[in-house]
Design a protein around this ligand. Structure first.
Ligand SMILES: [Zn+2]
Length: 250
């Protein structure tokens, strides 16, 4: 599938996901748009969101336009809205996380490279504890793929502070680097293709749902889907006329 119909480029999608990472389950659409705008809004500054690498990514655009992009991300299933109490908060969809996990682990690996350049010897590795397991595994894979022996001391520091399962994985990676095992190019390729595929989102369309009462199919349009998502409602179980009839009973 081609991405030519899309309104946002891969780079834009990744930037919005990067900004979203700062506020997952604690901020909504407008806060996300403000980060991307580079807003000096009080809340943005209080939360230190001006430190985010994509702060001001869309600085030349209006907030309204940026919000449209955020909503596109929700329509195309890169982001979702989840209610925390009464507040609609931004969360990753599985697909959005798949893409973001890849760029985020690159960012972490880059940080390790900067430590090497600066000659940092004993970095505090506790920041990697209790993180998403899939992300940690991917990070370790990428560290292993560098086959860079200078990372071994960092890996050993990390091994000291993390849990059993992660320790085992870290030791595997150390061994892989020490023995200079040949790279598994096939696995790397498969992983990269999966990210590409995730970026080429499927265009959202109307859904045909089956009514629980009359059993007929009814259309649940894109606009209705968007409205339901923003309100935090689950998808309707009944067609409009059955819904109307139920209301009249009460
Ligand atoms: Zn019905």
């Amino acid at each position: 599938m081609e991405n030519t119909e899309s309104y946002l480029s891969d780079r834009d999608i990744m930037a919005i996901l990067r900004a979203a990472d700062e506020i997952i389950a604690r901020g909504g659409r407008s806060l996300l748009a403000k980060i991307l705008k580079g807003s000096k809004d009080k809340k943005v500054l209080e939360l230190g969101l001006d430190q985010c690498p994509v702060y001001g990514y869309f600085r030349h655009e209006t907030l309204k336009n940026i919000l449209k992009k955020v909503d596109w991300m929700i329509d195309y299933d890169f982001l979702d809205i989840e209610y925390v109490g009464k507040l609609p908060m931004i969360v990753f969809t599985e697909r959005g996380w798949e893409i973001h996990k890849d760029q985020y682990t690159d960012e972490l690996l880059q940080e390790w490279e900067e430590w090497l350049e600066k000659g940092i010897q004993n970095p505090d590795m506790t920041y990697l504890k209790e993180r998403d397991r899939g992300m940690i595994v991917l990070l370790l894979e990428k560290i292993g793929e560098t086959r860079d022996k200078r990372f071994i001391p960092y890996l050993k520091e990390w091994e000291k502070v993390d849990y059993k399962k992660v320790k085992a994985k870290i030791r595997q990676v150390i061994q892989m680097i020490e023995s200079d095992e040949p790279l598994d190019h096939e696995a790397i390729h498969v992983r990269q293709m999966a990210i590409k595929e995730a970026l080429q989102g499927e265009e959202p369309g109307d859904l045909r749902l089956k009514c629980w009462d009359c059993g007929k199919r009814f259309t649940f349009s894109i606009d209705e889907q968007r409205f339901f998502k923003q309100k935090g409602y689950s998808y309707p179980k009944r067609c409009k006329s059955c819904r109307g009839r139920r209301k009249n009973w009460v």
